[in-house]
Design a protein around this ligand. Structure first.
Ligand code: NAD
Length: 296
């Protein structure tokens, strides 16, 4: 099918590449020309703006880094909302349920259906097409795009209510955010007591403490101290803040979530929004006066 794709970053680029390789015709836009050029070299058509994308495709997907970018691309000047051909806007970004509902309402006035479709599984999952893809929106519209979404991962229909897939995604990312800082504290404790962190990670992964941080992030990016997993601290903090907001909206006060939120605020303050989220261990190391991993 003809698909518009806006936002060709760490996640968007491999997802768009897979859609082309599966035989879909893509028209693409990003504010970074080099990202567009790389996909044009693989057979995509370039567009000049989100509106230009939406003039050429009934289905427009987006993978954008901030709530502001999603709302501007979807509903701003020269945005998808002004497109002549577009029928549905599939937002693969994590924007939280309130922003999703807001975009849904604005697009509905122009008869464009908004479909939430946040994803989980990182850059490696996007490369391999093994993401968890969480969808909310009208069931009939979901059926139209299901085959395309199958190309990027395992698809779950969460419900028809706008934003419910975003709530699902925030619950997932809260656990991912917690796993990184909790594993960092566990390993820092061990290193402070004289344990070998590589042995610790092997034991945890063979035992009941195993989680996505110990399984993937520590072996690949923390123990070698490359801090290059492919997800920015700024994006992780965006998701943690959105999750805390969502809990507050629901009248909930959660002890673990509050503590995890405070830790991530320290990470973004100390390491910066552009750092890789695996750098979350650094403020914990600093406080403890130890360094985990690296060459002995
Ligand atoms: P990224 O910063 O690598 O990519 C975002 C892309 O959007 C960039 O290429 C940027 O140039 C482009 N962009 C920004 N503003 C734009 C605009 N106004 N118009 C057109 N293009 C614009 O971010 P990412 O890591 O790919 O994340 C994208 C979304 O996916 C975020 O919502 C993030 O939370 C979510 N996500 C990321 C991961 C991950 O591991 N990286 C995993 C799951 C979900």
């Amino acid at each position: 099918m003809d698909i518009g794709f806006i936002g060709l970053g760490n996640m968007g680029f491999p997802m768009a590449r897979r859609l082309i390789e599966a035989g879909h015709q893509l028209v693409v836009f990003d504010t970074r020309k080099e990202a567009v050029d790389k996909l044009v070299a693989r057979g995509a058509r370039p567009a000049a703006s989100p509106k230009d994308v939406a003039d050429q495709a009934e289905t427009v997907m987006a993978s954008l880094p901030s709530l502001q970018a999603s709302v501007a691309v979807a509903t701003g000047e020269n945005g998808v909302i002004e497109g002549k051909k577009v029928k549905r806007f599939v937002d693969l970004s994590t924007v939280g349920s309130q922003m999703a509902a807001r975009i849904h309402g604005l697009l509905a006035k122009r008869n464009i259906v908004q479909i939430d479709s946040p994803v989980s599984g990182g850059v490696a999952g996007a490369e391999k097409g093994t993401l968890a893809v969480m969808v909310s929106g009208p069931r009939a519209e979901f059926e139209i795009i299901k085959a395309a979404l199958d190309v990027i991962g395992k698809v779950f229909f969460i419900g028809e209510k706008p934003g419910s897939a975003q709530t699902m995604k925030l619950a997932n990312n809260f656990l991912s955010a917690t796993a990184i800082v909790a594993t960092s504290e566990a390993v820092v404790m061990g290193v402070k007591a004289g344990l070998d962190p590589a042995v610790m990670i092997d034991v945890i992964n063979a035992g009941s403490g195993m989680n996505t941080a110990s399984r993937d992030k520590f072996p690949r990016s923390v123990l070698p101290r490359s801090f290059d997993f492919g997800f920015a601290t700024g994006l992780m903090v965006k998701d943690v803040r959105l999750c805390l907001e969502e809990m507050k909206q629901l009248g909930l006060s959660m002890e673990v979530a509050d503590a995890v939120g405070r830790l991530w605020e320290t990470v973004i303050k100390d390491e910066g929004a552009e750092s890789d989220f695996t750098a979350a261990i650094k403020p914990i190391e600093k406080k403890a006066g130890v360094i985990v991993g690296g060459k002995k």
